[in-house]
Design a protein around this ligand. Structure first.
Ligand code: SAH
Ligand code: SF4
Length: 426
């Protein structure tokens, strides 16, 4: 999400600034931030301290902080981080030229207003760090779900969808520049909705429109909230060859008690019913997830429920986190963050170890299968090998031959690790 936002910011400033890869050369440094866990914020504080030395050497240097931390901490940041000249919240990027100019003579400036409408829909992002093959396309902003642990609805504001016309326009441009894959992004893409002239475009409809732009284009999306992953969407994924067969379906916990306290709105049985529907409709679909361990009051039994749902679903991959209390959220106001950090770490290690086993099992099942892979680059370990992803979003490594980045190639899996499939060309 932040990657896509940084591309929007680069576009807003492209008339006035050029990008550099050498930080010592920069006259403007923008630090885009995430507040989802305390650890992410601590990394930013460390980074800002490092920038102080640069600023002493270059008196023209301006430093700005963007994104969720700006929204969460507002002007208070100027007190703790004197290196900052300006700050801008996630809906204030159009005002960056003004903020930069206002703070160019040693005074600070900020804009942290949230908007109900801003989607930056007319701004064509500058793809400055992309591989030229796959790109992110933001289709909505904000979130209305208010999961009790989560800061996103406070830092990124209310949910709003971008018009299909500008989304398709951006994708047409990517196709013209030879991009082969787009990932449609939103906090809860299932609730994407655009209404115009009595017509409604749902997420499933949008996916169909995007998939039909070109059979050469692969389409992915993130993230689906299990509470409204519709049959229509699952069937749309099954129907189109170029919609990738992978669904990221964050479960967070396998315990009904925790899910209720988290305000996730589904229960374990409801989640498993959605998984069943996916398995029946798209047999070759990979399913990945997010898991939080050590949420308020989580008992050992609740934790076992998480381990057991992981086994039951057999996730192909998971992002796993220790619960991190965030100021202002419902959990921080009404629940006690009472699992000691060492115990959270122990539970996290347990889920990581289990996921390692599940990922390896999942990859082993692919040995002997042939996949169409979109080539993204040269393998880090060997110049003679390329890497890419299959439709299920697994990384595949195979010998280079005459193939090039951006091409599709059929490969047969011969070996694997928990993280990678190792293949030969067919
Ligand atoms: N909108 C997406 C996820 C956005 S945040 C969704 O609902 O699925 C990505 C992940 O960060 C979440 O799925 C959750 O697992 C994790 N997360 C969010 N807040 C957290 C917190 N306070 N502590 C630990 N992990 C958190
Ligand atoms: Fe946060 Fe829940 Fe919204 Fe995801 S759906 S961004 S976890 S509030």
């Amino acid at each position: 999400m932040n990657f896509a936002d940084s591309e929007v910011v680069a576009s807003i400033l492209k008339g006035e600034y050029t990008l550099t890869n050498d930080i010592n050369e920069a006259n403007l440094i923008l630090v885009n931030t995430c507040s989802i866990r305390d650890k992410a914020e601590q990394r930013i504080h460390k980074r800002l301290k490092e920038l102080e030395a640069l600023k002493k050497r270059n008196r023209h240097l301006q430093v700005g902080l963007l994104g969720c931390m700006a929204e969460r901490m507002k002007e208070e940041l100027f007190q703790t981080e004197p290196v900052l000249d300006f700050i801008a919240g996630p809906d204030a990027y159009r005002s960056l030229p003004q903020l930069i100019s206002d703070s160019s003579h040693g005074t600070t400036s900020f804009n942290v207003l949230l908007s109900k409408e801003e989607t930056y829909e007319d701004i064509m992002p500058v793809r400055y760090d992309a591989n030229g093959v796959s790109a992110f396309v933001s289709i909505m902003r904000g979130c209305n779900n208010f999961c009790s642990y989560c800061v996103v609805p406070y830092t990124r504001g209310r949910e709003r969808s971008r018009s299909p016309k500008t989304i398709l326009g951006e994708i047409e441009d990517l196709l013209k520049s030879n991009y082969k894959e787009v990932t449609l992004l939103g906090q809860n893409v299932n609730s994407y909705l655009w209404k115009e002239g009595g017509e409604e475009v749902t997420f499933a409809k949008l996916m169909t429109m995007v998939a039909e732009t070109s059979p050469e284009l692969r389409v992915r999306f993130a993230t689906s909230h299990p509470k409204d992953l519709s049959d229509e969407l699952i069937e749309t994924i099954a129907k189109h060859d170029n919609i990738c067969k992978t669904i990221h379906l964050p479960v967070q916990s396998g315990s009904d008690e925790m899910l209720r306290k988290m305000h996730r709105v589904y229960d374990r049985a409801g989640y498993l019913e959605r998984v069943k529907k996916i398995r029946e409709t798209i047999p070759d679909c990979s399913i990945t997830t997010d898991i939080i361990v050590g949420f308020c009051g989580e008992t050992l039994e609740n934790h076992q429920d998480t381990l057991s749902i992981m086994r039951e679903v057999g996730y192909d991959y998971a992002y796993m986190f220790k619960y991190s209390e965030r100021e202002g959220t419902l959990a921080s106001k009404q629940m006690k963050d009472d699992i000691p950090d060492e115990e959270k770490t122990r539970r996290l290690e347990e889920v990581i170890a289990l996921q390692g086993e599940l990922s390896l099992e999942s990859n082993k099942r692919d040995i002997g299968k042939t996949f169409k892979v979109l080539i993204e680059g040269t393998s880090k370990r060997s110049d003679d090998h390329l890497f890419g992803r299959n439709s299920q979003n697994k990384v595949v490594i195979f010998p280079k031959g005459n193939h090039k980045v951006g091409e599709y190639v059929d490969v047969e899996v011969k070996e694997c690790t928990a993280a990678t499939l190792i293949a030969i060309r067919n």
